[in-house]
Design a protein around this ligand. Structure first.
Ligand code: NAP
Length: 412
């Protein structure tokens, strides 16, 4: 069997090789192609099967000798099989992926008014499924259409919002096509973006207690359907669920918050050592960048200068994947840091009795009243975090308890 793989323009952040390794037993490669190379690559046929991503899902249509009915109907191809006679058969598994995402989310669309943001290839697959699942009306919001972002007030009664635009996707996280405050009847939000795990739109839905889901399950669902085509055998629900859990856990950061001197750096380092993850201590990063220690930095730039540096750093690190992050004790005092940290992480509040906190090299702990500081910050640590762990015992044992909680958060 020749290799399978993914064709696209820019693939350095692709999850597909890791995902297909979990779903099938074939070689899977990345084929980064410039547009001029697409046709000759497909004609040369040095592959058994391909996935196709941005910007080629429509460009490959005329290069396929035959299309599946759903690919023809949706008007885009994300999976190609090379048949024994060398001809290319194009299919679209995005619809199957979105159907799985919808089913897993528990968000009902039947009889509801659904707003689809964006009008590209993925939107067509989404609309195909929504129609099959009995949505009452499907409104597409397109910058080029009759219904655009200036006419959203016509659709305040939308009950489900689906983002199919790339707004909010890594590395430009924090952007959102709409604000949910415009849709008081909204009962469900689905975002096709899977990096970060929680886009700004999803964080807003969570804050409003609106059920929501990100695009990783769609990614796994479409890859599962492609894997079945590549290997000629169905992929079980269990295997797809395992792959989804694994990918979610691998891609998210583990963040430690808590009082200054509670042991975040030592425990964070122990988690990284045990799991092979990269460890970043944000205070150390700030010191490195500033060329002086935190005490000097506070003297030179004041707390405000330090907080600005910290906020910028958290915005950068928070959108990365697979890190263990030990944060500074006061990062919860800046509201914007919550979204930066939570967009792609499970956050742990590391707690330790005040009498046991280390104070050395920590200007605010030395200067102030720790009890007052804790009273002010504790609700914020709780708001920022997904679960709490007591820092009692050896760092390695505490690290193991945190890792267990982190894995549990993904259903492991
Ligand atoms: P696409 O064909 O390029 O379409 C994206 C659409 O989004 C465009 O047609 C455009 O619609 C809108 N858009 C683009 N830039 C925008 C901006 N700056 N502001 C507002 N709207 C903008 O891409 P696609 O293949 O449909 O993919 C879209 C997104 O879905 C990507 O983020 C992709 O990663 C994600 N996706 C995820 C999965 C998954 O498995 N989870 C599968 C497929 C796609 P208008 O011009 O009509 O406004």
């Amino acid at each position: 069997m020749k290799p399978c793989g993914l064709v696209g323009r820019s693939l350095s952040h692709s999850y597909s090789p890791a995902l297909h390794a979990l779903l099938g037993a074939y070689e899977y490669r990345l084929f980064e192609l410039v547009p001029q190379a697409l046709s000759s690559f497909l004609q040369a046929g040095e592959f058994s099967g391909l996935n196709v991503t941005i910007p080629y899902k429509e460009a490959v249509l005329p290069l396929c000798h035959e299309l599946s009915p759903r690919a023809a109907q949706i008007g885009s191809v994300n999976t190609i099989l090379r048949r024994a006679d060398g001809s290319l058969w194009g299919d679209n598994t995005d619809a199957e992926g979105f159907d799985w995402m919808l089913k897993r989310s528990g968000i009902a669309v039947s009889g509801r008014k659904v707003l689809v943001l964006g009008d590209g290839g993925a939107a067509r697959a989404v609309r195909h499924v929504l129609a099959e699942r009995g949505a009452e009306s499907i409104i597409t919001i397109s910058r080029r259409g009759e219904d655009h972002y200036g006419t959203l007030h016509r659709h305040r009664d939308a009950e489900v919002i689906i983002n199919t635009t790339p707004l909010g996707m890594y590395p430009n996280t924090g952007a959102s096509a709409v604000a949910l405050s415009q849709f008081p009847a909204c009962r469900g939000v689905l975002d096709l973006i899977y990096n970060p795990a929680r886009t700004r739109l999803m964080l807003e839905a969570q804050a409003r207690e609106i059920p929501c889901a990100g695009g990783l399950s769609m990614l796994v669902g479409q890859a599962r359907a492609a894997a079945a085509l590549f290997s000629g055998a169905p992929v079980s629900d269990q295997r797809a669920e395992d792959a989804l859990r694994h990918m979610a856990r691998q891609s998210e950061n583990l963040v430690l918050v808590g009082m200054p001197g509670c042991g975040k750096s030592r425990v964070g380092w122990a988690i990284a050592a045990a799991t092979g993850r990269e460890f970043v201590d944000t205070d150390h990063r700030i010191e490195e960048a500033a060329g002086c220690d935190i005490t000097t930095l506070f003297r030179q730039e004041g707390e405000r200068g330090f907080r600005l540096r910290e906020q910028k750093l958290l915005a950068q690190l928070g959108r990365e994947s697979g890190l263990v992050l030990a944060t500074g004790g006061g990062c919860v005092m800046v509201e914007e840091n919550e979204a930066s940290l939570r967009q792609n992480a499970r956050v742990v509040f590391l707690q330790r009795p005040l009498g046991q906190l280390a104070r050395e090299g920590r200007p605010l702990s030395q200067a102030g009243d720790l009890e007052w500081m804790f009273a002010q910050r504790e609700p914020l640590y709780r708001r920022f975090s997904d679960f709490t762990v007591e820092n009692q015992g050896e760092p390695e044992a505490v690290a193991a308890r945190i890792w267990e909680g982190f894995c549990e958060a993904f259903g492991d």
